[in-house]
Write a protein that binds this ligand. Sequence first.
Ligand code: RUB
Length: 324
Amino acid sequence: MKERGTADVEVHPAVEETAHQIAEMEVRGAAKIAETAASALKQQAEASTATTAETFEQEMRLAARVLLDTRPTAVSLPNSLRYIFRRIDGESVDELRESVITGTRAFQNQLASAQEELGGIGANRLQDGDTVLFHCHSTDVLSCVAAAREQGKSIRAIVKETRPRNQGYITARELRELDVPVTLIVDGAAGRYLEEADHVFVGADSVTADGAVVNKIGTRPLAVSARERDTPVVVAAQTVKLDPTTLSGHAVEIEMREESEVIAADDREDIGDIAVENPAFDVTPPRYVDAIVTERGQFPPESIVFLMRELFGTQSDQPWEQQE
Ligand code: RUB
């Protein structure tokens, strides 16, 4: 991919490779996507042979757009790039390069410490002996469980398989590593097992200014059923999951994925003429969410907008767009 109107600006193969890994979900989950995208931008800067500051900046913008073109829903991806672009500074290529490297390191450190701090806050919601129902695979959620386990609390887990990609299997494996007893259920059984759950814990790919939570498909029906039974729904989401573009009314794009994730080609042919759709995420309105746990504390979803304004102001820049 080349920047429009420029003859010789190209992205480094490491950026193309990272973009491929994110698109194919070899790298997945909002926090991991953010961390890996930041790393790719750093690799682009380190490997750059640009001889002018202008060319270097064109390369950065092009690399960012290649990374952004992969998955549209997790806002952690544009937020990671925004964080680094805001810190790009200098007159010479060397100074610019150094600022990208420093910015990336600062971002990655912040991501790791945010997850740890969030975990400590989320753990306070858990009591010794609680049963928690899990959906999808979220490293922010697992950080809460890890902190609760470190405090010596015993937790029991009910884990939805999370069709179509079965991210629940990853959650189940990682919960076992924390020595948490796990019962795996099919997605359709969640209503029945909510009777046994003290909490539902889910992650987020994006949180909008009105407190809606965009997360793995199936989160919304789970939250609605939980509300009906008064089971608290907790969303663990570091502030990198807050979507600044929603402050100015933009909607979050829901990624539609391949039908092959839903049904094998043979089965589809057997059934006959059907349409297959595969939205990767859904939107849970704030009224079904009890709390959003971030590294800055726990918020009712309706008040997350105040944190967003504090963090982002009222504008969300797109620094990877081509400069005139
Ligand atoms: C992953 C998913 C996770 C969030 C949060 O979707 O929906 O709940 O990304 O994860 P996919 P984390 O598997 O399609 O990427 O807390 O690790 O950022």
